[in-house]
Design a protein. Structure first.
Length: 138
C-alpha cells in the first residue's frame, strides 16, 4: 500500500467510490486549495487504484494554537482489516506534528466499535463521551 497526498480534483474523482456522495469538482478544488485542508489517499500498488482516504482540517485559535480535526476516514470494504485505516490516521497525525499542531481529534459515535478500534490502534485515546450540537444551513 502506498499513501499519497491528493493534489488534484481528478484524484478525488478517481476515489469517488470511497466518499459518501459524488465528488463535485468545484468543492474538490476548493478543499485542495484551502490552507490547512489535507487529504491522503491509500493506493493498492498492484492496480494503482485508491482504496482508502483520510481528510483533516487544521484549526487554530488565539489562545490554544493549532490542532487537527480528523474529518473523515474511509476504506473500501474489500480492503478493510488490513491496517489501511490505521496507516492513513498515522499519516495525518504525522502531518499534524510536522505542522506544529498540539494535537488531533475526531468525533466518533460511541457505538462505532470499528472506528474506535481503528483510532485506538493508531494511538488515539478516548476522552469520554461528548455531545455533538449541530446546525444545518440550507
Amino acid at each position: 500500500m502506498e499513501i499519497r497526498r491528493a493534489m488534484k480534483a481528478a484524484e478525488l474523482a478517481a476515489a469517488e467510490h470511497l466518499f459518501d456522495n459524488p465528488v463535485r469538482p468545484e468543492w474538490a478544488d476548493r478543499f485542495l486549495t484551502s490552507t490547512g485542508h489535507h487529504l491522503y489517499l491509500a493506493y493498492d500498488p498492484a492496480e494503482d487504484a485508491p482504496v482508502g482516504f483520510v481528510s483533516g482540517v487544521e484549526t487554530i485559535h488565539p489562545d490554544k494554537g493549532a490542532e487537527m480535526l480528523l474529518y473523515e476516514l474511509g476504506v473500501a470494504e474489500a480492503y478493510r482489516r488490513r491496517g489501511i485505516g490505521r496507516a492513513l490516521v498515522r499519516r495525518l497525525a504525522e502531518e499534524s506534528r510536522e505542522r506544529g499542531c498540539y494535537g488531533m481529534w475526531v468525533l466518533v459515535d460511541t457505538d462505532n466499535e470499528v472506528a474506535l478500534a481503528t483510532y485506538r490502534s493508531a494511538g488515539g485515546k478516548d476522552d469520554g463521551a461528548c455531545a455533538v450540537v449541530g446546525w444545518e444551513f440550507g
